[in-house]
Design a binder for this molecule. Sequence first.
Ligand code: MG
Length: 167
Amino acid sequence: MIVSDIQDAINTQIKNEYYSSYLYLSMAAYCETKNYPGFASWLRNQSDEELDHAMRLYDYILDRDGKVILEAIDQPPSEFGTLEEMFEEVLEHEKEVSSMINNLYELALSHNDHATSVELQWFIQEQVEEEKTASDLVEQIKQADGNKAALLMLDREVNGGATETSE
Ligand code: MG
């Protein structure tokens, strides 16, 4: 059985992962309207991955005989400015998620809940990848410096998988 503090915090994190999924799905739609199908596809994949994260936590609560309580998901924005601004937002968002996971981890440690600590180690490593991937994309978009041809080439590369995407 899992202590209620930790159960509540994991339930909130399930919602946070769903919000990430929603945010990236909204960004994907925005990229479609701006004619960046490669970035749109990349973001849709990210959105799917966030659902996997949510379900991993959902299954974990059930495995520990806890109670899953689904919280309301906030509405994401629908406008994201330039491609560079949008990916800066992706990076900032991933940094926020990392700090949420770190807080959860500290909560598990404070309760000597070793099973939850081990479960969260996967998420801590995943966040290292997520931040690196987002940061690499921000750098590449910055290098394009608003040049339309360079951005379209990057859009094609991201779509073709030439730019590394996270697991
Ligand atoms: Mg996630």
